[in-house]
Design a protein around this ligand. Sequence first.
Ligand SMILES: CC(C)(COP(=O)(O)OP(=O)(O)OC[C@H]1O[C@@H](n2cnc3c(N)ncnc32)[C@H](O)[C@@H]1OP(=O)(O)O)[C@@H](O)C(=O)NCCC(=O)NCCSC(=O)C[C@H](O)C(=O)O
Ligand code: MG
Length: 272
Amino acid sequence: MKPLRSALYVPADKPRAIEKARTLHPDAIILDLEDAVAPEHKAQAREHVRDALRTPWHVPVLIRVNGAGTPWAQDDHHLAHTTSAAGIVLPKVETPHAIQTLGPTLPIWAMIETPHGVLNAPSIAALPAVTALLVGANDLARALRTQPHPDRTPLLHALSSVVLAARAHGKTPLDAVYNDIRNPDGFQRECQQGRALGFTGKTIIHPDQIHAANTAFGVTATEAQAAQELIAAWEQARREGKSVATHRGALVEQMHVDEAQEVLALWGVTEG
Ligand SMILES: CC(C)(COP(=O)(O)OP(=O)(O)OC[C@H]1O[C@@H](n2cnc3c(N)ncnc32)[C@H](O)[C@@H]1OP(=O)(O)O)[C@@H](O)C(=O)NCCC(=O)NCCSC(=O)C[C@H](O)C(=O)O
Ligand SMILES: [Mg+2]
């Protein structure tokens, strides 16, 4: 079990940022060739990615390629398939066909950031090559003509649709980036909301967001202890021949035990 609490976008045209990323501890890194890189820097950025992937990394490194129909897409895909990239982050995926035509041989993290993408999220998530769905809230908000809102109310339907599609097919749902990099309180609130909505983790854009995302989507010592106690209460009830248990005044059934075991597994790989 590998946690995916945080996935850091690193602009591929910034060698200093790539170098810095080696010293950081998100759960995954996305070297971005798309929106973070101006057209005149695309070719140079590809060379930086190739150089960066010549030596091993401590976390999976994926490449966000430019979208189909752009002049850069073909070279980006060639790059991804001739380096040690762990996968491809595919922007603005609108249909399963957009992925099937690639004949993917690397894991695909599909970005859902258009109205069609949201509507087709279940069939996109169903593809075997797709291992994660990522929300692109900037593009989505623009396409939907929603207004910014501190609680993301206008985007809630789309956010939950992505979680629903990913979870239905056993894929990882990753929440959108938070643009206001100098607002740690707002970032923490949005992480907590993302976790409450069912996301596994968050895509992030700055080193300062890593710890908060790992904390918000990780397991606290208190949560781990509560999980252990719940399992102990269940085991005691089962020894007594009961089908269900109560713990701290609440009903405990098998699904709560399964959930507690997941919490302990995540605790084990992140803190153990
Ligand atoms: C947002 C930034 C442009 C801010 O950069 P900067 O002003 O340089 O920040 P700092 O001075 O605070 O940086 C401090 C040090 O940290 C390094 N740094 C900064 N960001 C990153 C990063 N993402 N990865 C690795 N290292 C980073 C700086 O180099 C400084 O290092 P040092 O020299 O040692 O002090 C910048 O953070 C940035 O470019 N972020 C990523 C932007 C990006 O990738 N955008 C595209 C992905 S998000 C997206 O597209 C959304 C989606 O598609 C949607 O639709 O929503
Ligand atoms: Mg986008």
